[in-house]
Design a protein around this ligand. Structure first.
Ligand SMILES: C[S@@+](CC[C@H](N)C(=O)[O-])C[C@H]1O[C@@H](n2cnc3c(N)ncnc32)[C@H](O)[C@@H]1O
Ligand code: SF4
Length: 436
C-alpha cells in the first residue's frame, strides 16, 4: 500500500486538527514563581526523568533544550541535579526506573557517574536509560557505566555522508564508515544498545533510506528507532538552510518501506524496532504515565498535570541552591483530554488492555472515548477484540503522525520558555496562541 486512501488521509488531517485543538485549549499554562512540588501518591510507580542540557555544538534539526558545553557550568549543574534528587527523595518519591535525556547526557562522564550512583543509592533504581552521541561510546568509556546504565541509545541520524555533512555531524562524529566501526564496538558492552536514526530529511531519496536501513541492521543493535523528521517553529528555518526544502513529502512512503524492512523485528512502538521483545521501553512518554522531571527544562506529568521546570540555567541553579522547587509553570488537563493523551501514549506501543487501562486511570475508556473509538474503528486504525484495543498497520502511521504533532506542540513550550522575555511579568500563557 504505497499511497494512503483518501478517507485515511482525511482522517489523519482531522486527527491532527483535533489534537491541535486540544493543545490549544489545554496548554494554558500558569506561571508558578513559588511552587512547591507535591508529595507523591504512595501507590504510584513513578519514573524519574533527568535532563542534561549541554552539547558541544548544535545540530540544525534539534530543538531539545541545551546550552553550549562549559566544564565548570556543567559541574555546577550536575551538583545541583544531585541536590534536587535529594530534595525529591525527602518529599518521599520512589522510582525504579530513570531516563536521562539531553542534550548529550554522557558529556561529562565523571559527573554523570556520581549522579547515577546517587540515584541508585537514594531510590534503589534498577533501570537506567541514557542517550549519547557517537563521541562517548568507546569501550573504555562505556566500561565505566557497567552496572549503572542498562540501556544506551546512540544518536546516528543517518549513515549518509552528505546528510551528515549538511547537518554538521560528519566532522564532529565521523563519516558513515567511522560511525559503523564505533557502533559495532559499542554493541554488547552495556545490556541494551539502541541506535536512533531520522527519516524523511529534505532531498533524502528512497535509495538513501534503504541504505540507512541496511546499515542500521548490519550493526546488530538491540533496537533501532527511525524518527520521522520533526520540524517546528524552532527548527524549520535551520533545517531548510542546512538541507534545503523538499519537493515532496515522502513520510508515508518512507515509513511503509521502514515497516516492511523491519517485518522480522519486534515492534516496540510505532517508530522503534527491537531484535527481541525488550523489558525496557525507551519512549518514557509512552511507557510511563507518571513521571517526575528534574533539571533545567525538564517536564513532569503528575496526576493529570503537566509541570515545567526553569529553563534558564541561572534561575534553575539559584532555585535549587535556595531549596526551592525547580518547577515554574503547570497546566491541568481536563479528564477527557487526559484520557485522550493517555490513550495515544499507550496505543503508540501497539495495544491497550482495556481493563488494565481503566483500572490504572480510574476511567471507563469505551464510554469516555466512545465516538473517537468508533471513528478509529471505522477508518481501520484499531480493532477491538477480547477487551484489547489493537492497532492496525494504518493505525501505526496515525499514532506516529499524532506523536510527531504532540512533540511539535512541546517544541512551542520550549520556544516560549527559552525566551525569558516571553514569560517575564506574565502569570498565564497560552502556548498555542503565543507569538514565537
Ligand atoms: C535528545 S537527542 C540526543 C542525541 C545525542 N545528543 C546525539 O546527538 O546523538 C535524541 C534523539 O532525538 C532525535 N531527534 C532530535 N531532533 C529530532 C527531529 N527534529 N526530528 C526527529 N528526531 C529528532 C535524534 O534521533 C536524536 O538522536
Ligand atoms: S542531536 Fe544531540 S548533539 Fe545535536 S543538538 Fe541535539 S542533543 Fe545536541
Amino acid at each position: 500500500m504505497k499511497s494512503l486512501f483518501l478517507i485515511q488521509n482525511l482522517a489523519i488531517k482531522y486527527a491532527k486538527f483535533s489534537l491541535n485543538k486540544s493543545l490549544k485549549s489545554q496548554l494554558n499554562l500558569d506561571l508558578l514563581p513559588n511552587y512547591q512540588t507535591k508529595t507523591p501518591d504512595p501507590n504510584i510507580n513513578y519514573m524519574l526523568y533527568v535532563h542534561v542540557p549541554f552539547c558541544h555544538t548544535f545540530c540544525p534539526y534539534c530543538s531539545f533544550h541545551k546550552y553550549a558545553y562549559d566544564e565548570s557550568l556543567a559541574k555546577e549543574y550536575f551538583k545541583n541535579l544531585r541536590l534536587e534528587m535529594e530534595q525529591i527523595y525527602k518529599l518521599g518519591y520512589k522510582f525504579n526506573s530513570m531516563y536521562v535525556g539531553g542534550g548529550t547526557t554522557l558529556i561529562n562522564e565523571s559527573e554523570l557517574i556520581k549522579t547515577l550512583e546517587l540515584a541508585k543509592k537514594l531510590f534503589n533504581i534498577d533501570e537506567i536509560s541514557c542517550e549519547s552521541d557517537p563521541n562517548h561510546i568507546e569501550i573504555q568509556n562505556l566500561n565505566r557505566f557497567k552496572g549503572l546504565i542498562k540501556r544506551l541509545s546512540i544518536g546516528v541520524q543517518s549513515f549518509n555522508d552528505e546528510i551528515l555533512k549538511k547537518v554538521g555531524r560528519y566532522d564532529k562524529f565521523g563519516s558513515s564508515q567511522t560511525l559503523i566501526t564505533k557502533l559495532k564496538n559499542a554493541i554488547n558492552v552495556l545490556p541494551i544498545t539502541s541506535i536512533d536514526l531520522i527519516f524523511n530529511f529534505p532531498n533524502q531519496t528512497k535509495d538513501m533510506l534503504i541504505n540507512d536501513i541496511n546499515l542500521a541492521k548490519s550493526i546488530d543493535a538491540d533496537q533501532i528507532t527511525f524518527y520521522p523528521l520533526m520540524k517546528s517553529s524552532l527548527t524549520k528555518d535551520k533545517i531548510a538552510s542546512a538541507l534545503g526544502l523538499s519537493k515532496n513529502d515522502n513520510e508515508y512512503e518512507f515509513y511503509t518501506i521502514i515497516e516492511e524492512s523491519f517485518k522480522d523485528y519486534y515492534k516496540s512502538n510505532a517508530w522503534s524496532y527491537a531484535k527481541k521483545k525488550l523489558a525496557l521501553n525507551d519512549e518514557y512518554v509512552s511507557s510511563k504515565h507518571e513521571y517526575l522531571g528534574i533539571g533545567s527544562g525538564g517536564f513532569s506529568f503528575l496526576n493529570g498535570e503537566l509541570f515545567i521546570n526553569a529553563f534558564n540555567l541561572n534561575e534553575y541553579n539559584s532555585k535549587i541552591q535556595n531549596h526551592q522547587s525547580s518547577i515554574i509553570a503547570n497546566c491541568k488537563f481536563n479528564k477527557k483530554e487526559r484520557i485522550k493523551y493517555l490513550f495515544l501514549t499507550e496505543i503508540f506501543s501497539g495495544f491497550i488492555d482495556i481493563s488494565k487501562f481503566n483500572q490504572t486511570n480510574n476511567t471507563d475508556l469505551l464510554k469516555m472515548l466512545n465516538i473517537e473509538l468508533k471513528l478509529l474503528k471505522l477508518i481501520k486504525a484499531i480493532k477491538i477484540q477480547n477487551n484489547i484495543i489493537q492497532s492496525t498497520q494504518f493505525g501505526r502511521y496515525l499514532w506516529l503522525s499524532l506523536m510527531k504533532e504532540f512533540y511539535t506542540g512541546m517544541d512551542r513550550v520550549r520556544a516560549i520558555f527559552k525566551d525569558d522575555s516571553k514569560i517575564k511579568n506574565s502569570s498565564k500563557i497560552n502556548i498555542m496562541k503565543t507569538q514565537i
